[in-house]
Design a protein. Structure first.
Length: 156
């Protein structure tokens, strides 16, 4: 998920090694353009639940269920709070239009629950014990260019 002001991320084509397989070669030779936010949020090995008025999507649900629409309900919402969740070592994320997301440690995989990456290279990771780890990224690869975006009054 992407949060914050939008940025254009451009990866120029890469000349592949001669022994690179066809599909990878083709992908490397393309220019990739993506819109990213000030912050990129990635759920790694946490269990999660996303409730909505019409139901809930959880980490146990298979992709392609009707509840996938719950993920689209978060689009355009602003992250307004991150607080301790209702479960042990969990975090609850609250959004401005009523969306909520709770993430807790995986029982099966004792690794990081989630990470939040800033466009400036700051990384916040929630480990399996619920502790927050702060670090800086190596920013050699990505190229970010700000977009000219006008927000509605009072929305920024």
């Amino acid at each position: 998920m992407e949060f914050g002001a939008p940025h254009l991320s451009v990866r120029e084509p890469i000349v592949p090694n001669p022994d690179t397989c066809g599909s990878v070669r083709r992908n490397l030779q393309r220019r990739h353009v993506d819109i990213t936010g000030d912050w990129h949020f990635w759920v790694q090995y946490g269990e999660w639940r996303l409730p909505t008025d019409d139901g809930a999507l959880t980490s146990d649900d298979s992709p392609g269920t009707p509840f996938d629409e719950c993920l689209r309900d978060l689009e355009g919402q602003r992250l307004v709070a991150v607080e301790p969740g209702t479960r042990e070592r969990s975090c609850a994320f609250s959004f401005d239009l009523g969306g909520s997301l709770e993430i807790w440690p995986s029982i099966e995989i004792p690794d990081d629950q989630w990470s939040l990456y800033s466009v400036g290279g700051d990384i916040v990771t929630c480990d399996n014990n619920g502790a927050l780890v702060f670090e800086k990224a190596d920013l050699e690869q990505p190229i970010y260019k700000p977009l000219d975006v006008t927000w509605p009054r009072g929305a920024a």
